[in-house]
Design a protein around this ligand. Structure first.
Ligand code: ADP
Length: 332
């Protein structure tokens, strides 16, 4: 339920999910990101040019795809959405690039997973709006250049460090998305509840905000589970007690930790005395992929101050320990 990478069917990537803000003015929080992009959009609109390429990085579910769509909306152009694993063959990316209209936005999710060939096709396209294609084979092979329309690449990644530096250097704007603060999350929950026509008390909105790991995608998902419980057993207004009942049912505890977070903390405490312990060891102990553990599970625990990264490995903090033993934790 609190896996920020999971996109349920109710939230298709390409189609408007009904909850995505469409304009910059509706995009809640991330004030620095919005300010930078607002200025860039305004300036390029005046110059009638394509917006510089934008790299958005940060944990999943924070609004990178949404921002790409918002940018296209603000620029008055279409946004094509794809992700790096879908661009396996050279013709996949060439096909996309040659079909772009001037100033359109091309969004590539998980851009750190692009293969070398796709990256090399992308370099001249990003820099000079040109494709260098090799035609023929062996001694008769020749390179032909093809113009593409000036476009904006919006790349998204959870792992900025995994991007090759030539690719990273071709983005004019590189912005990090931060976990959302409680006030912004509350505003996101109130807005989504309005769109879903849910009679949510302010205390209930606060409770969802506290438990969504600083992540709008999770806030929306928790809200849908609350809506289910309210539809079945609720009466009228949704209050904090109903939110608590609904989320405890899904084992989401008072700080938004789920079973896998608690498993990680328990493993560290019980098998390694709280650490320091290496990422690989933990991943093996949990049967998780180290990259997922690092990019998806850890960031929120680090943000809460329950976990620390040190040169010698990960450590559970006193706050992490206290949480597991405290009343806000849900059993396993
Ligand atoms: P990412 O691409 O970073 O994984 P998305 O852009 O798909 O995340 O966002 C997930 C969901 O969270 C969206 O469907 C949208 O409804 C909601 N959301 C994201 N950012 C915001 C925001 N700033 N304000 C309101 N809702 C948001």
């Amino acid at each position: 339920l609190v896996d920020p990478t999971a996109r349920p069917e109710e939230e298709p990537v390409v189609r408007e999910d009904g909850l995505r803000p469409r304009r910059l003015a509706d995009y809640i929080g991330q004030s620095e990101l919005k300010q930078v992009l607002r200025i860039a959009v305004e300036a390029t609109r005046r110059r009638q040019e394509a917006l510089d390429h934008v790299l958005l990085y940060g944990p999943p579910g924070l609004g990178k795809t949404t921002m790409a769509l918002v940018l296209a909306e603000e620029l008055g152009v279409r946004c094509r959405i794809t992700s790096a694993p879908a661009l396996e063959r050279p013709r996949d990316i060439v096909g996309l690039l040659v079909n772009l209209q001037p100033r359109e936005v091309l969004f590539i999710d998980e851009i750190h997973r692009l293969n070398r060939v796709a990256e090399e096709i992308l370099y001249p396209a990003m820099e000079d709006f040109r494709l260098d294609l090799t035609v023929g084979k062996g001694t008769t092979a020749r390179t032909r250049s093809l113009d593409v329309a000036p476009f904006t690449l919006v790349g998204a990644t959870t792992r900025a460090g995994s991007l090759s530096s030539p690719l990273r250097d071709r983005f004019g704007l590189i912005q990090r998305l931060e976990f959302y603060g409680l006030a912004d999350l509350e505003a996101i929950v109130v807005r989504a509840a309005g769109l879903l026509q849910l009679p949510l008390r302010p205390c209930a909105a606060q409770e969802v905000a506290r438990r969504c790991r600083g992540t709008p995608r999770i806030a929306n998902r928790l809200l849908r589970r609350v809506r289910d419980v309210a539809a079945v057993g609720g009466h009228g207004q949704i209050d904090a007690a109903l939110v608590d009942a609904a989320l405890s049912l899904h084992r989401v505890d008072g700080r938004g930790l789920d079973a896998s977070d608690r498993r990680l903390l328990r493993l560290m405490l019980e098998a390694y005395g709280g650490g320091p312990v290496g990422l690989e060891t933990l991943a093996a102990g949990l049967g998780e992929d180290p990259a997922t553990l690092e990019a998806v599970v850890e960031p929120y625990l680090l943000q809460l101050g329950f976990l620390q990264r040190t040169p010698r490995g990960r450590i559970v903090t006193a706050a992490g320990r206290a949480h597991l033993d405290g009343p806000a934790a849900v059993a396993a």
